[in-house]
Design a protein around this ligand. Structure first.
Ligand code: GLY
Ligand code: MN
Ligand code: MN
Length: 445
């Protein structure tokens, strides 16, 4: 069974925004054609598939979420000359198994794309594009899709025939699109707010899970809240009790949960394609021990400083540095690192307690595109209004014998999603309690 349900649009302006994005892409490339391929379906076990996840670029430009689809754009002097959506044809017997398909006719109408054809027509279209255009833009990472294979085999035929086609070059469209995707428009921010809201609801419910004797009891509450709001998990939730929190990508979620332990939840809801990504840490008993609280306050202070460094014009590295300095000051105070903060940073002696980064871009992908340095620049990129980044410092203390006993195996991460605004920032996920006092208050019920 191919698990496929078309993601339906419901009047949040996303389809109109996608149309604007296609025009903007054409303006940026000037002349040439582009082929955007759907992500392949992924089999989980024999004949059983993972829920289908569209390719972010194709979805961004089309709002179309069915598998076995592709979008072809043709630009001429910066104008969008043609836009063709390729998708599966209607097929009553397949639809009886896998669910309704749009089919080209309805897809064209509902997604406002000028032309639509059956996906079986794509090879012909690619050959024509290859003959007519000097430049064909694509996303090289989509190498596994049928459309990408077609593009490459057409290129190979061209070289074998010594230039039967006009394609001079295949160019990577991600350089253009990542810049566009990095700054979210209104319809995207609308979706991200809802993802953030449901994620906070999930965290609130999870912190009060009853029973709470296994990590999966907590995970179940998260998923229930996401689903209740029409969302799903943006990634496998991490629910890590006690020292499991020191495994950064722990996602087994099957260990016992004991009084006296802390639990780290790192989970995010995906809503209409857009992700949230939030971490909170709470004491199972409802009250932090003095040692747990001391470490918690260090991470919280670092996270607040990271958030304060997020503003238009600031570099991503400013946030990273703010978090790192605060963590190193804390590691000194906790007696876990010695020397000055500058020494700790220079010697990287913080690394065994804090091995990851302080944040990443967030959007259609959890680790969203656009965060990379700009071509030709060797500094971290500057933030602009409309970007969304996470702020997520953490400390993970090993169980080594030279570490004070009460601090051993404590793992803490605190993560929020932050929208860069014209004047500063807005934390999208502050409905989930964060100060130690707010966490304890919520746990008391
Ligand atoms: N949950 C993955 C991350 O925080 O980056
Ligand atoms: Mn996370
Ligand atoms: Mn994250």
């Amino acid at each position: 069974m191919g698990a496929v349900v078309a993601l339906r649009e419901s009047g949040d302006g996303y389809i109109a925004a996608a149309r604007g994005r296609r025009r903007r892409f054409a303006r940026r490339i000037g002349d040439g054609a582009a082929v955007f391929a759907a992500a392949p379906e992924k089999e989980k076990s024999r004949g059983v598939f993972y829920p289908y996840r569209f390719d972010g670029y194709l979805y961004y430009l089309s709002a179309f979420a069915e598998p076995e689809s592709a979008l072809v754009l043709v630009a001429e002097k910066g104008k969008l000359r043609r836009e063709i959506l390729f998708c599966r044809g209607r097929d009553a017997s397949r639809e009886q198994w896998d669910g309704e398909r749009f089919g080209p006719l309805r897809a064209r109408r509902e997604f406002g794309i000028r032309e639509a054809e059956e996906i079986s027509e794509l090879p012909k279209a690619i050959k024509q594009i290859a003959r007519e255009h000097k430049t064909v833009w694509h996303i090289p990472r989509g190498g596994e899709s049928a459309a990408e294979k077609q593009l490459h085999s057409t290129m190979a035929q061209r070289s074998a025939r010594g230039g039967g086609y006009a394609i001079a070059e295949l160019r990577d469209a991600s350089a253009v699109l990542d810049e566009m995707r990095a700054v979210k428009d209104k319809s995207e921010i609308f979706r991200m707010r809802e993802a953030a809201r449901l994620t906070c609801a999930g965290h609130l419910a999870a912190m009060r899970a009853r029973p709470m004797t296994r990590e999966w009891h907590i995970e179940a509450e998260l998923i229930a809240e996401f689903k209740r709001g029409g969302g799903d998990c943006a990634f496998l939730p991490i629910v890590a009790a006690g020292e499991n929190a020191c495994t950064l990508h722990y996602a087994e979620n099957n260990s016992p949960v004991r009084r006296g332990q802390l639990v780290v939840i790192d989970a995010g809801c995906e809503w209409r394609g857009y992700a949230a990504d939030v971490s909170r840490t709470f004491p199972v008993s409802g009250v932090f021990s003095p040692a747990q609280r001391a470490v918690y306050e260090v991470v919280l202070a670092a996270q607040k400083r990271a958030i304060a460094a997020i503003k238009p014009g600031a570099r991503m590295s400013a946030m990273e540095n703010a978090a790192l300095r605060a963590l190193c000051e804390g590691l000194r105070k906790l007696g876990l690192c010695s020397g000055t903060v500058a020494d700790i940073i220079a010697r990287k002696s913080y690394r065994c307690f804090y091995p990851h980064r302080a944040g990443h871009f967030l959007g259609l992908d959890v680790h969203d595109v656009g965060a990379e340095k700009l071509p030709g620049e060797n500094k971290a990129r500057r933030l602009r209004a409309g970007m969304v980044v996470t702020a997520e410092p953490g400390l993970y203390i090993p169980g080594d014998s030279d570490i004070p006993k009460e601090l051993r195996r404590i793992g803490i991460r605190i993560e929020d999603d932050v929208l860069v605004t014209a004047r500063g920032r807005e934390v999208l996920t502050d409905a989930a309690p964060k100060s130690a006092a707010a966490v304890e208050k919520w746990m008391r019920g």
